[in-house]
Ligand binder design. Sequence first.
Ligand code: CA
Length: 257
Amino acid sequence: MLPTARPRILIVEDEPSIADNIVYSLESEGFAPCACSTGADALARVEAEDFALAVLDVGLPDTTGFELCRELRLLKDVPVIFLTARSSELDRVVGLEIGGDDYICKPFSPRELTARVRAVLRRADHRPKSAPAAPSSATAASSTEDSAPAAALSSSQGDTTPVSVDETRCQIRYFGEVLPLSRYEYRLLQTFAKHPGRVFSRAQLMEHASDEPEAAMERTVDAHVKSLRAKMKTVRNEVEPIVTHRGLGYSLAEKWV
Ligand code: CA
């Protein structure tokens, strides 16, 4: 393994203009991107080299991004961001269920992509190590290589969250107190609590929390987050339970005082 100061990002995208765009924006933000256009190429690259993160297009010529994700994970623990077409909502949900760390809908801005890459790398960096880290340079890239992506889906051992969800009763306790939540607020907080620290966009929150995401407006999410925060503040006024990520969305706090 060659230690490198810049996190190496694998990009698997068969549309050359999109791939070029991603390579350019990641390079200009200090990453070391490496692009290929088929699943077979990607597997060969991952076998030969270590990557801090992989960006996978869902529609590839020889496979799907989901299938590729499964195969990559058999070789290495690498965080994955899926690129998906805006029209196929099902894809996005499936992508997270099979263990993707995040997804981005096309068309996306370079700024959104690099922000999401940073957020996923930051989360990967905070994961508990599944195995002793190999001695290497202390870069973000090398420290992510030994972490377990599955750990992102449950709360990590170090930071226990004061939010506990009782799905059989449809109740959520916060510092031991049952919050009086509307159904929408319950689903919002349930979504946050399943993935502490993960940044959800408003569109993602609508999908998770609303029966009819199409009918809901993104502003609705802001309104529900606001009332959810207010209810949580009545339990602990000094604690900021939900973090706003400008231009991205919201997440449940990871650090609790
Ligand atoms: Ca494609």
